[in-house]
Write a protein that binds this ligand. Structure first.
Ligand SMILES: [Zn+2]
Length: 54
């Protein structure tokens, strides 16, 4: 079982999408969760080069 990096739901219950950042793989339920995660973390606003995963 894998938990969505954004909402914490089990990704297997949906249509999973996986994104890799700095060698770490982040699972998401679907593209919507991935997009929301990116916006929440500000990954698309110019700070992504310095972003450190928690
Ligand atoms: Zn999710």
């Amino acid at each position: 079982m894998t938990d969505c990096a954004f909402c914490g739901c089990r990704v297997e219950a949906h249509d999973p999408v996986r994104a890799t950042h700095d060698g770490t793989e982040y699972p998401f339920c679907n593209w919507a969760c991935l997009t929301e995660y990116v916006e929440r973390e500000g990954l698309a606003t110019g700070t992504s080069c310095n972003w450190e995963p928690a």
